[in-house]
Design a protein around this ligand. Structure first.
Ligand SMILES: [Zn+2]
Ligand SMILES: [Zn+2]
Length: 148
């Protein structure tokens, strides 16, 4: 458990940054906030933020950011994951970001401001999503609502 004093000290080192919460205290080389956990052991600030909200962090897991900002301590942007998850995220990000460079998605839709939405850190095409869902709607077997 975090004492009231340590919580106050923690939140004093944060400022809102859009949807994120920026850590303005000490940071390590990689840009992660440095602080102490409830057992007074040095710990990354974003992991501590997660613990403050959710309780003890799962042993052996990494605290991964969905927003891709190492200094963000918004617990809603942080989730436990493995090193493998982290690599997979990166890879997927690289893959999804690539088609956007030329200004069109992989299906050739123009990606102007109005046609992009964000899924975590990934930019996606609204038109593709609309088409995907209307396609699913058509092919979905008819079933009584609530019967599942
Ligand atoms: Zn964030
Ligand atoms: Zn598209």
């Amino acid at each position: 458990m975090y004492s009231e004093k340590s919580l106050r000290r923690f939140f004093e080192k944060t400022i809102p940054d859009g949807d994120c919460v920026k850590w303005i205290g000490a940071k390590n080389r990689k840009g992660y906030g440095r602080t102490y956990d409830s057992k007074k052991r040095p710990a990354p600030a974003h992991r501590v933020a997660w613990e403050i909200k959710n309780g003890p962090f799962p042993e052996g897991m990494l605290a991964l950011h969905s927003c891709d900002k190492p200094d963000c301590v918004n617990p809603d942007h942080i989730r436990p994951g493995t090193h493998k998850d982290n690599m997979k995220d990166r890879e997927e990000r690289g893959r999804t970001n690539r088609p956007f460079v030329g200004g069109v998605c992989q299906n050739g839709h123009r990606l102007d401001e109005g046609n992009i939405y964000y899924d975590g850190p990934s930019r996606r095409c609204r038109q593709c999503r609309t088409e995907y869902w209307s396609e699913r709607e058509k092919t979905r077997p008819k079933r009584n609502r609530g019967a599942a």
